[in-house]
Structures are given as C-alpha cells and as structure tokens.
Write a protein that binds this ligand. Structure first.
Ligand code: PMP
Length: 380
C-alpha cells in the first residue's frame, strides 16, 4: 500500500529529489561541492528575490531559529514576540534562553497576528531590540500578514525583524528584502520538499552590519564565522555539511522553479482552496475562518461532531498519514499538508478517504446534495 505522508513536514520527496539523494558523496572541500553550493544559493536567492546568499546550516528549523536568537539577542535585551500558536511560542522560548526579556502578544488558535496590535506594542516599547514573528503558523494553518505587519510600523521605528519562515519558504511568497524583514529562518523538509536536516538563514544588509558588531555566544551558530566561508566563487561550510542533503535541496529547487515561481505559488493556493471547499462539503469545519489567512501549505480541520483522533486513526489504516493538534489543540484537529501541489489527483483520494473514515455519513450526504458546488477559479 502506498503511504501518503501528509504531515506538515517532513513531506514526501518528489521523485527527482529522492533520486538526487542516491548520489555518491563528494568531499566538502572540493570545487565540485563549492559549485553545488553556489548553484543552490543562486536558486534560493531567486526564490526569495534577494541578491545576497543565505547561510545553510546542518540543523532542523529549530536550530535555524536558535541561530537567529543567539546572533541578535543578549542578556538584558528586550524583544517583542507576537504568537498565534505553538511555533510562535517556541521562537519566544528560544529567544528567552539568551537572557533577553520578552513582551508577548498572543492571538487565539486559528487567528492571525494583528498588524495594529504589533505596531502599538512597538510604539509603546521603543527600547526593544527585536520583533519576533512567524510567517506560517503550522500548528493552526494560519499564514500571517507579515508585509502588512511591517508596513504598520514606521520605518525609522522598526526594531530588527526576525521571522520564522520554517513552513512557508517554497510554498508561498516570502520576499524578505522587499518586505523589510531583517532575517528569516527556514528548513529543508517542508516547502523546500527535501529531507529534514538543513536549516537556512538569510539576513538583510542592516542585519549583517548588526551581527558584525555583536558577540555571539554560540560556537556552531556564529554567523560571522559562517559568512567568512561564503567567499565569492568559493562557498563552503565551516564544519562538515550533510552533502546528500545539498544534492536533494538543489534538485528540489529545480522542481519548485521549473514552471515559474508565480505558477507554483498559484497552484498551492488553488490546491488549498479546493481542499477547504471539499472539507466544508463533507460537513467538517476549518479552524481558520478567514479564507485570506488560510495557509497554502497546511490545512487544519476541526469538528464538533466527530472525534478527530478516531478519524486520523482510520485514515492511517488507509495509508493517509496526517498530523493532529498540538498543545491546547491536542486531540482537536486533523492537519493535512500540501506542499507538493503537483499532485492534484491526490486531492480526491484525500477527500474520499476522509469521507470513508467518518462514522456517520448520512447527514453529510444530505448536506452535500443540497448545496450546489461553488465554481473555483485559480484566483481564489
Ligand atoms: N517553526 C515552524 C513554523 C515549524 O513549522 C516548525 C516545524 N514544524 C518549526 C519551527 C521547527 O522546525 P524543526 O522541527 O525542523 O526543528
């Protein structure tokens, strides 16, 4: 039986990516590796619309977040953290470990971070050094209005803006330089369709200047050291990199960029919209009520009528592997990821398996027949 891995990371690798992982290892101090590294950087820069390279760390997304925290925050510093779920909370916990003090803004599960609330907090706390945000809150399936949040803060009053993009890069627009972000952290195993194990960090010019004049309390995550190894035409890693994952990431970026980045993002939105409509037609609820904040990468299903854990268990027996809720939402959600949108036919498999796993289908069938199906366009 084929297993459909629909967890929001790791995700099933496209065939080209899987094939790339089968290559023989090469030495990481060779020109061949440096060329591979440069090729990846060019593609990443294209994806992010930036013109400076990213730092690639052998770590998961949490490591990339810690890398930002230790390079930007020290004991006694102040930061603002806006969170609408588990991963926003995690970012602030990582930041607290530096000895910095946080000012916290919290939003309910399924709701997005409010630009006005963030702007107000920044205005009331002119001494904060950093603002911590999460682009795609994977625990609830909310995509936060990062561009609008930053725009709501006057340019000369902006703290250093650090954004967790672990579950957004590759699946939706994330243009840090164009949006005024100072640093992002992401990882290989979600929108970037690669195996887990690579953390990626990008910094603005302003952020690099800040880092150059700051002492970092980490040996491994010291960005000043990492930068020294990104020399023109000779890119390397200070420590032994997982070469196989670089092959995989390079192949995955080819898959993502092949038909044009706008097409790729549009297809993700269409897939997410179609899934959302199907879920509603089955009589289930979506956790995120406002369609514009629903993630193109992960959808959270809620139900007051059904035991979502029982549905997930049945789906498992059918080969559909989903994720459940986390923290306060534990036992209350089914989370389905759709990072590889090239598999539209799978949508009907997923929806029919959900239908088949519901204990009482009579009411749904009636609902379904009564409601005319909405026509979807790729603009929705
Ligand atoms: N932030 C977000 C938004 C995430 O989705 C995740 C992973 N689910 C993380 C951070 C942590 O990443 P990792 O598990 O790769 O350490």
């Amino acid at each position: 039986m084929h297993e459909y891995l629909l967890t929001p990371g790791p995700v099933e690798m496209p065939r080209e990516v899987y094939m790339a992982t089968q290559k023989q290892i090469i030495g990481h101090r060779t020109k061949e590796f440096s060329d591979l590294f440069i090729e990846i950087e060019k593609k990443l820069s294209f994806l992010l619309k930036v013109d400076t390279p990213s730092v690639i760390l052998p770590s998961s997304g949490t490591g990339a977040l810690e890398c930002l925290a230790v390079n930007f925050l020290c004991k006694g510093d102040k930061f603002i953290s806006a969170s609408c779920g588990v991963f926003g909370d995690r970012f602030r916990t990582i930041a607290e470990k530096t000895g910095a003090t946080g000012i916290y803004l919290d939003f309910q599960p399924g709701e997005e971070i409010s630009p006005n609330a963030v702007a107000m907090a920044v205005s009331n706390n002119p001494d904060v050094k950093c603002l911590l945000l999460t682009h795609n809150e994977t625990s609830t399936g909310v995509v936060n209005p990062i561009k609008e949040i930053i725009r709501a803060i006057p340019e000369d009053k902006r703290p250093i803006i650090l954004v967790d993009c672990v579950s957004s890069v590759g699946a939706m627009e994330m243009y840090p330089a164009l949006w005024g972000i100072d640093a992002i952290a992401t990882a290989s195993q979600k929108g970037l369709l690669s195996p887990p194990g690579l953390g990626i960090v990008w910094l603005s010019e302003k952020a690099w200047k800040y880092v150059e004049n700051n002492t970092c309390d980490s040996y491994y995550f010291d960005l000043k050291l990492q930068k020294k190894y990104l020399k023109k035409n000779n890119f390397a890693n200070p420590y032994t990199p997982p070469v196989t994952l670089y092959y995989a990431l390079n192949a995955a970026l080819d898959v993502i960029l092949k038909d044009g980045i706008d097409e790729w993002f549009k297809a993700h939105k269409l897939y997410a919209t179609a899934l959302a409509e199907g879920i509603k037609a089955l009589g289930l609820e979506l956790l995120v009520k406002k369609a514009e904040f629903r993630s193109p990468g992960v959808t959270a299903i809620k139900s007051s009528n059904y035991d979502t854990e029982a549905i997930r268990a049945t789906l498992n027996t059918m080969g559909i592997v989903t994720a459940g809720g986390q923290a306060d939402m534990k036992g209350k959600l089914i989370r389905i990821a759709h990072y590889d949108d090239k598999r539209f036919p799978e949508l009907s498999i997923v929806l029919s398996c959900i239908f088949a796993s519901l204990p009482n289908k009579k009411d749904i069938t009636t609902n379904f027949m009564a409601e005319p199906l909405k026509i979807l366009t790729s603009e929705e």
